[in-house]
Design a protein around this ligand. Structure first.
Ligand SMILES: C[S@@+](CC[C@H](N)C(=O)[O-])C[C@H]1O[C@@H](n2cnc3c(N)ncnc32)[C@H](O)[C@@H]1O
Length: 337
């Protein structure tokens, strides 16, 4: 799966134990801010019916692949399709021009193949589900050979070692359908999803700071959309990163939006992920959640995102500082009303 700021990769066993332990009768879970869909995919593997939602299209494709598509839905010749895509010869296009020459997120030899494979996926005219699986396979292959420290705001001054390796698509590992029914992916604003999707339990992992995921992962958004957007700056960000914002990325609007979201949710059983660097302090969030029911809190020390381990870089990829704090506290708030 792709590198992702705020991803719960290492916390998944803890989150699963919490849901299994505190809500043993749960059959369906809504992952309202699904990101990489790691949490939802782990829940689906355990047999839960999962509803995954994120407002970015690349995250929707991740959810459509890992959550909505079951292993039994894959065509019999899927390995041949992946092999075929891996053999498509590279042809420079938009991706190479913007992310390998005007910026240096990927080595041009790989950028040319990403351009050609992206076009080949559309030329295959796949079903919507297969399309997501192939786009995710390409996104993950590109992620493995990028030259960043985990976000697409800046690239490294010198090529990362992995950037010299050859792009290689793999089949994403999918799980079978849950015995409780088909799982579903949505690409909605969280407030809209909260108002429409019914399930036994909601897992909430909202953004915790001002950095927009659309900006941090603008290349994935452009890769899946393939819409050749106007771009700006050294990072060649999509122009719509300037206008498409989330209420959950602003300290000013976070509290009101989160309150509105909690009031809207159809299920009253929640597990909320938050950490000690978020817009709300631990006691503010605890007080807010207590208005809705009983709250149990679990906490764990957690290694901060990869960028914090590597240091601070300016937009030209030059190291300009180190980050003192390498661990933070992650909280799970278990709410039952
Ligand atoms: C902390 S990340 C979730 C990480 C995820 N749990 C994982 O492990 O990969 C927060 C996610 O919320 C999404 N998001 C931000 N604002 C949103 C909104 N208003 N509606 C829906 N999704 C939103 C972002 O795109 C991002 O993927």
């Amino acid at each position: 799966m792709i590198k992702y700021l705020g991803s719960k990769r290492q916390l998944i066993p803890w989150i699963l134990d919490t849901i299994n332990g505190y809500f043993p009768k749960t059959k369906s879970v809504l992952d309202l801010f699904s990101g990489t869909s790691r949490v939802g995919a782990a829940l689906k593997t355990q047999g839960y019916q999962v509803y995954a939602n994120d407002h970015n299209l690349f995250a929707y494709h991740l959810a459509n692949c890992y959550i909505q598509t079951n292993i039994e839905d894959l065509p019999k010749d899927i390995d041949h399709i992946i092999k075929y895509l891996n053999n498509v010869p590279g042809t420079a296009g938009f991706f190479t021009e913007h992310y390998c020459i005007k910026s240096r997120f990927f080595h041009p030899k790989n950028g040319e193949r990403i351009d050609a494979i992206r076009k080949a996926i559309d030329d295959l005219n796949p079903s919507a589900q297969l399309r997501s699986v192939l786009l995710v396979s390409l996104m993950e292959a590109a992620d493995r050979i990028d030259s960043t420290c985990g976000i697409q705001m800046a690239y490294l001054k010198d090529w990362a070692l992995r950037a010299h390796q050859d792009l290689n698509l793999r089949l994403p590992i999918l799980s079978p359908q849950s015995p409780h029914g088909k799982s579903h992916a949505f690409c909605l604003d969280a407030l809209e999803a909260a108002a429409h999707i019914e399930c036994d339990l909601v897992y909430l992992d909202p953004p915790y700071n001002q950095h927009s995921y659309r900006g941090n992962y603008h290349i994935w958004e452009t890769l899946v959309r393939n819409d050749f957007p106007e771009v700006y700056g050294l990072a060649q960000k999509r122009i719509d990163c300037r206008t498409i914002k989330s209420n959950f990325n602003s300290k000013r609007s976070f509290y009101e939006s989160f309150l509105q979201l909690l009031t809207t949710l159809k299920s009253k059983k929640w597990v909320v992920s938050f950490n000690d660097e978020g817009f709300l302090s631990h006691s503010e969030l605890k007080n807010l959640l207590s208005h809705f029911g009983s709250v149990i809190i679990k906490t764990i020390d957690y290694k901060r995102y990869v960028g914090a381990q590597i240091g601070i870089y300016n937009q030209r990829g030059l190291k300009v500082g180190t980050i003192k704090k390498l661990y933070n506290k992650e909280f799970l708030y278990i709410v039952n009303s």
